[in-house]
Design a binder for this molecule. Structure first.
Ligand code: BGC
Length: 737
């Protein structure tokens, strides 16, 4: 039945009702409606749709849109995106069939992996739901509106099970024999917002680079690259035969399949075949993997060949903007790994990792990586949505959750994690020059620093909190994940930093920031008095990076000495690492910074590359030099946080930086800091103002620079400033540095 026919233009109000199924279970429901359209020309047809869960709609058996895991992951209680698709080419005169599958997604899959029984029960009791409205306008001005309402039907689909962590089970031979009436749900419309983020889409298709039998006899596919997404299988089979796959990131030291590090995430892939030629990829789950173990295949696992399988890479839509190449193949591989780390973890929200029972929007990881992220890709839209979710999830008192959307509900905020509230908007503003992100986030930024001011036990410092410390720092006492840097030191340093960013953002927006200026001076003063000396690499890094000492040079000297004394080794964790090379190069230790960057032995950025890494590891020693794993407990091989080092290559090694009072590369400062440990380095960065290129190559004892700037630039070469006009292509012939 056609719900509503009336004259007029496109109907953008919601006339539809939320519908669900009172027989909620693991099987993914398929909601459907058959309707007849008159013999008239359609001028426009738009499907407005959202779900509690993740949906995939099809109209007359063809998929609507390309958005995978629509409507995305937001703070559903406050913000639920709906999407609008132009479906005019999919409709026909006469009978049409609209079908929508609604999987559990982030709405109903139990998150996080360590959810307690009560939380699991809450997810179990939650119902998935659908809201859809198809607005059709004919050329004569008449309209038809098809809404979800009591006239819809629902039936079981072939997707028998699908959850974020536990994977999917699909029965291609399943045929529903009965349909039920839908239930009308009393869900609210208030939280509905138009699509704000970047859609997750299929981005690349990869063929396996090999298939082999492991020493223990198991049959394994190798995609040659750790990806986030799923596998498509294409096979000719008979009903009752099965394809069963398991996913893993690395092989163990004997060359066997390994995925104990997925912890509680079952990551199933069970496909029950129908008769004939067929292909399948999951609908509502994803995996982080390079290797795939074939547990079952029609005719036996030895029948499985590489060309039966395709890896499908999923991530949010983002335009690639930065690229780094150099004379060092290991460094090039590291930069590739950093880009793949971003692809693998920018799946609607910035996640810590894509494989184990987390895959959560950890705020600390995102703030560490945001600058690199905005060099590699245009992620303004991606971050704008996530920042809005951060603000939506923020407590009345300014508390910022550890993960956004918050599924952990920790009682207290952590320093350097909560600071995502100030760091991310500021970095996104610098990269793209759009004040809107600051306008939208300013209240959240101020609330965050006010939270610290109101919860600390010592005025002008942040003491008495509970923090992650310098997470995974190598100077951690045995048995601890937290490096040895004093937690109150980190907390107070980031307090100062966040207040400084509130001041900068407030100035851009023309706000009165005098209160924060006074606060900043007092924090700086208190910090200097309380922490006159530094005990770890990370303490030196933070004191110098955030200018929290009267003796910045001495802090950098001490850092350099500490690094050298332990054999040119970094000891820093999530908090110190992103700034480590910046502090060294800014205060006269460029050579040492390059030595750390290019070091190949553990611990270093290149060590995992020598071990065959194709993404960035969570631990400096995810695989130890003896081939053993660091642990099964917390050992991701796709964690982007340490990939933050790329911002030093963009911003220092070739020296491309936005100017703070001309954000978005209205003007640029290009100040390369070459070093003879590389023969050449060549970077290009596509900005909204054009593509900047900065490159250098070694010529005997000196360097030759190639710089192209589409905007006015201040170029600093070997300490000398040159002001050049937009459009200049410049070669600086050999200059001794
Ligand atoms: C996550 C991290 C996160 C951390 C908090 C881990 O389990 O994977 O990346 O930041 O917890 O300390």
């Amino acid at each position: 039945m056609i719900a509503n026919v009336r004259k007029g233009s496109l109907n953008l109000d919601w006339n539809a009702q939320w519908i669900g199924w009172d027989r909620q279970q693991d099987v993914v429901p398929c909601f459907w409606k058959v309707f007849t359209l008159p013999q008239k020309q359609i001028s426009s047809a738009v499907l407005q749709i959202t779900a509690k869960g993740v949906y995939e709609a099809s109209l007359n058996a063809s998929r609507v849109g390309e958005f995978i895991f629509a409507p995305g992951w937001t703070v559903y209680e406050k913000r639920l995106q709906y999407q609008c698709y132009d479906v005019s080419s999919q409709l026909k005169q006469g009978e049409n069939r609209l079908e929508v599958l609604v999987g559990k997604g982030w709405w109903k899959s139990p998150l996080p992996g360590w959810a307690n029984e009560e939380q699991k029960k809450m997810y179990h009791q939650r119902n998935t739901a659908l809201l859809a409205q198809l607005n059709i306008v004919y050329e004569d001005g008449e309209t038809t509106v098809i809404c979800t309402d009591g006239s819809w039907q629902v039936q079981e689909s072939a997707v028998r099970f699908s959850e974020i962590y536990d994977g999917e089970i699909y029965d291609a031979a399943y045929i529903a024999d009965a349909s039920d009436a839908v239930t009308i749900l009393n869900e609210s419309f208030e939280q509905l917002i138009p699509q704000q983020g970047s859609e997750v889409r299929m981005q690349e298709r990869l063929s396996p680079v090999g298939i082999f039998t492991a020493p223990n006899g198991e049959r394994i596919l190798d995609f040659g690259q750790e990806i986030t997404g799923y596998v498509e299988v294409s096979v000719t089979a008979q009903k009752g035969q099965r394809v069963s796959l398991s996913f893993g990131e690395v092989l163990d030291k004997d060359g066997n399949f390994y995925n104990a590090n997925y912890r509680g995430a079952k990551s199933q892939y069970e496909y029950f075949c129908c008769n004939g030629k067929q292909s399948y990829h999951p609908f509502f789950t994803f995996y982080g993997f390079r290797y795939v173990r074939i547990n079952a295949f029609p005719g036996g696992v030895e029948q499985a060949q590489a060309d039966h399988f395709t890896g499908i890479v999923l991530h949010s839509q983002m335009e690639r903007t930065g690229s780094i190449t150099s004379s060092n193949p290991l460094l090039n591989q590291l930069c590739e790994n950093i880009v793949w780390g971003q692809k693998g973890n920018f799946l609607d929200v910035p996640t810590d990792c894509p494989q184990r029972d987390e895959r959560l929007g950890w705020t600390g990881d995102a703030q560490a990586f945001v600058r690199t992220a905005c060099f590699n890709y245009d992620c303004e839209r991606f971050f704008a949505k996530w920042m809005a979710d951060l603000a939506a999830d923020q407590g009345e008192d300014g508390y910022v959750p550890h993960v956004v959307p918050d599924v952990i509900h920790a009682p207290k905020a952590s320093a350097a994690w909560g600071d995502a509230a100030t760091i991310c908007p500021w970095e996104v503003y610098l990269a793209y020059g759009n004040k809107e992100i600051l306008q939208n986030q300013y209240e959240s930024m101020t609330k965050w620093v006010d939270y610290i001011t109101n919860t600390t036990t010592t005025q002008f410092l942040w003491t008495g909190g509970e923090h992650y410390g310098d997470w995974l720092g190598l100077d951690a006492p045995s048995g601890s994940y937290k490096g040895s840097t004093r937690e109150d030191f980190i907390a107070s340093a980031f307090y100062a930093h966040s207040v400084s960013l509130v001041i900068k953002a407030g100035r851009v927006l023309g706000k009165d920031v005098s209160m924060y200026e006074t606060l900043y001076d007092k924090i700086q003063d208190a910090f200097r008095k309380t922490y006159p000396t530094f005990t770890t690499q990370t303490e030196c890094v933070l004191a110098a990076q955030f200018c929290l000492t009267d003796h910045v040079q001495a802090a950098a000297d001490q850092l350099a000495q500490m690094v050298q004394e332990c054999g040119v080794q970094l000891q820093t964790g999530f908090v110190g690492t992103p700034y480590l090379l910046h502090v060294l190069s800014r205060y006269g230790y460029t050579k040492l910074a390059y030595s750390l960057l290019l070091r190949q032995e553990y611990p270093s950025w290149l060590y995992p590359v020598t071990k065959g890494a194709t993404t960035v590891w969570e631990h400096w020693d995810g695989i130890m030099p003896n081939g053993e794993f660091w642990s099964t407990d917390m050992n991701s091989f796709n964690h982007y946080a340490y990939g933050a080092v790329a911002d030093w290559i963009y911003g220092v090694a070739v020296g491309i930086n936005p100017v703070e009072d001309a954000a978005g590369y209205e003007r640029v400062r290009i100040a390369p800091m070459p070093n003879e440990s590389l023969d050449w380095l060549d970077v290009s960065l596509k900005t909204r103002k054009g593509t900047i290129r900065s490159a250098w190559n070694k010529q005997g004892e000196s360097f030759r620079y190639t710089i192209h700037t589409p905007v006015d630039a201040e170029i600093v070469i070997a300490g000398k400033k040159h002001l050049v006009a937009a459009g200049s292509y410049i070669y600086y012939s050999p200059i001794n540095t």
